[in-house]
Unconditional design. Structure first.
Length: 282
């Protein structure tokens, strides 16, 4: 097994969700064992193209793959997330780079290791320094090199295991709606979102589901923006989704819905999701 380090980035749609997809995809590979993941960092984009801020992280793994086999796996995961390579420096759903692969040095048309730009990129060195400050890149320590370069625009956001996957039931594209404002805040703080809407196809760059039953990954939280009457139509599928908790936002409180959730062992709260996010209580 060889120790390798992978840089992960996304600045389109559900950025935290794409990072989670990548790490889950690598963890599910029989040839890979993920041993550490950094915090998620929010970073300024590099290059001349106007685009959203990135979410970046670095992971450490042990792998039985050779570097080209690992590269093939990374490219496959990128493709699964809809990565298109139409524009250099352009926005991307998911970007996976081999930063280091044991002590190997590789330079050919398809792969360069160590990654040729990593010594000048704080969005790589900051998360790498977090999980392995004493690692050498050539003749330099990661922590020493990080001190030498400009780290402006690199913000440590949230621990990866604290990034929640949140279903928004009754999501809306209208900026004045609390569900829309909560989605903005969730995404900005490093959480993954699953908007569920009968009206909208895409909200804030994230495709909507018509029902939460169409989502295939575990959910940490459901936040409700449906009236008690409308909840009765969807309660069975919300219970089947088995979130860890359900938040009843003001005006959505329902004793019958609460009873059904709690009977299924699901925690419930009556609170405003937006206020919880703004006050650090989420």
């Amino acid at each position: 097994m060889v120790e390798a380090y992978i840089g992960i980035g996304s600045n389109m749609g559900d950025r935290a969700g794409f990072l989670k997809y990548a790490i889950n995809g690598l963890s599910n590979s029989e040839e890979v064992s993920v041993t550490a993941v950094s915090f998620i960092y929010k970073t300024d984009p590099v290059g001349p193209v106007s685009q959203k801020k990135y979410f970046n992280a670095v992971l450490r793994m042990e792998t039985s793959l050779d570097p080209y086999g690992l590269l093939s796996l990374l490219l496959r995961i990128e493709k699964d997330c809809g990565r298109l390579r139409n524009e250099r420096w352009g926005p991307r759903t998911l970007d996976l780079d081999i930063l280091l692969f044991g002590d190997l040095e590789i330079e050919d048309a398809s792969l360069k290791v160590p990654h040729p730009s990593m010594l000048e990129r704080a969005f790589v060195l900051a998360p790498l320094n977090e999980i392995r400050p004493d690692i050498r890149i050539g003749n330099r320590l990661a922590r020493e090199q990080l001190e030498r370069i400009d780290s402006t625009g690199v913000e440590r956001l949230i621990a990866f295991d604290q990034s929640k996957t949140v279903g928004i039931i009754g999501a809306s594209s209208k900026p004045d709606r609390y569900s829309n404002r909560a989605q903005i805040k969730l995404m900005d703080l490093g959480h993954s979102v699953v908007p569920v809407s009968q009206r909208d196809g895409v909200i804030l760059g994230v495709p909507c589901l018509r029902k939460i039953a169409d989502y295939w990954e575990p959910l940490d939280t459901l936040t409700l923006y449906l009236s008690p009457h409308r909840q009765l139509q969807v309660i069975p599928e919300l219970v089947v989704a088995k979130p860890k908790r359900v938040i009843f936002n003001p005006g959505t409180e329902s004793m019958e819905s609460k009873r059904q959730f709690e009977a299924a062992g699901i925690l419930t709260e009556e609170a405003c999701t937006l206020v919880m996010l703004e006050t650090g209580q989420f």
